[in-house]
Write a protein that binds this ligand. Sequence first.
Ligand code: PLP
Length: 492
Amino acid sequence: MSQSLFSQRLGEAMKEKDLKQVDLVKAAQDKGIKLGKSHMSQYTAGKTMPRDNILSFLAEALGVSKSWLAGEQTGRQNVNRNGGAAMRTFKKSSKLDNVLYDVRGPVVEEAARMEAQGMNILKLNIGNPAPFGFRTPDEVVYDMSRQLTDCEGYSDSKGLFAARKAIMQYAQNKDIPNVTIDDIYTGNGVSELIQMCMSALLDSGEEVLVPSPDYPLWTACVTLAGGTAVHYICDEESEWYPDIEDIKKKITPNTKAIVLINPNNPTGALYPREVLQQIVDIAREHQLMIFSDEIYDRLVFDGEEHISIASMAPDLFCVTFSGLSKSHMIAGYRIGWMVLSGNKRLGKDYIEGLNMLSNMRLCSNVPAQSIVQTALGGYQSVKSYVVPGGRIYEQREYVYKALNDIPGVSVVKPKAAFYIFPKLDAKRFNILDDEKFVLDFLKEKKILMIHGGGFNWKQPDHFRVVYLPQMPVLQKSMEELKDFLSYYRQEP
Ligand code: PLP
């Protein structure tokens, strides 16, 4: 028997079964077997070997063969409780080990369990406009139904000509330079294109600067592609703008690109020209690619203007993302796009990679492409939502004031999108784990929000509220939150 092989296999089997030391101690107790906590930790540390009866117990509890666990045989053989060969189980790839997407994560799963038990949960967790009564413009639905029979086949892998022409004109209106029809790719939402861009770009060890907090798909896709997401801070004290000094500090010879989310999810920040200029200067100095996620570019309040960073960087290689999920309330149709611009010669080889991946997925959803031209042209119903009297504007005004009125909560007023990212006085509420905070709130008040950690925010002191729900729902949620925070102190 090999002590170190035993402890290694013990750890492996425990991980696979998702069992902790205490679970095994308890299971032994239930069977009347004497197995103390200190024994277990000695076994896992490789300090001692168990007696034969304990080894048999551990092997049975972990569903592995005793001789394998003891380090005696090389081939792994799982066994079931009756001693026969067990069913093979399938594990997820270790590539997913560091991937996080809590917008639909464990707290949301708990909410689903509560709903299954018949409870009514108020959901302030996801930026999906349709369930909150935001309707797709009639013309868009009509035009899609008219074209449906023409959309039965695959399109060109980058998308229909008419859709891409409309996106090209949109890019021209935003002063994005050097864009031809070939530089435009449609996707099944921006989500698909983010994944495609990172997969085509990154080799292991290469770094991408990603904001913190971020929309977590960016970090997830960098990680999944084998790269390293290096988070730069967005500074709450400065309207959540990117901290330029922090960006400079985090650049290394391995840094390949910088990601901007502007307007920002989860903070609702909108970056002014001066901030964008500083980022362009850094990208120029360090020869970085710029990826700018601008899916909320039409959801801007207070008469502010959204500026595409690509319009300020004609000499750099930029990729700008947008789509119809948010501005046209058709998140479910799945249509987004990306536009390559600026000095594309720098990315000649990369573009070959993008084309390869684009061809491999054949094309994006063709019926959804068919309404891009309709959606981007003519009357823009979204404009009526973001001015005084409009639903999103008024809901922002309400939620901003209501949150600031809660003792121990402070928040920066969002200038765009439909998210707000309040700060909790972590000391006052003794918050050490922000996920536990939202879980406690969910269980007690049946209201679902996402903790700051879900957006790669490192301190346990923020949470995100989606203020799309109708005013009565928002009012109830804010009243309940105020009540909850009047007595909540997190238990360690
Ligand atoms: N980018 C950001 C910043 C988002 O907030 C979202 C969705 O919430 C997406 C991209 C995904 O958009 P799509 O529906 O186009 O995939």
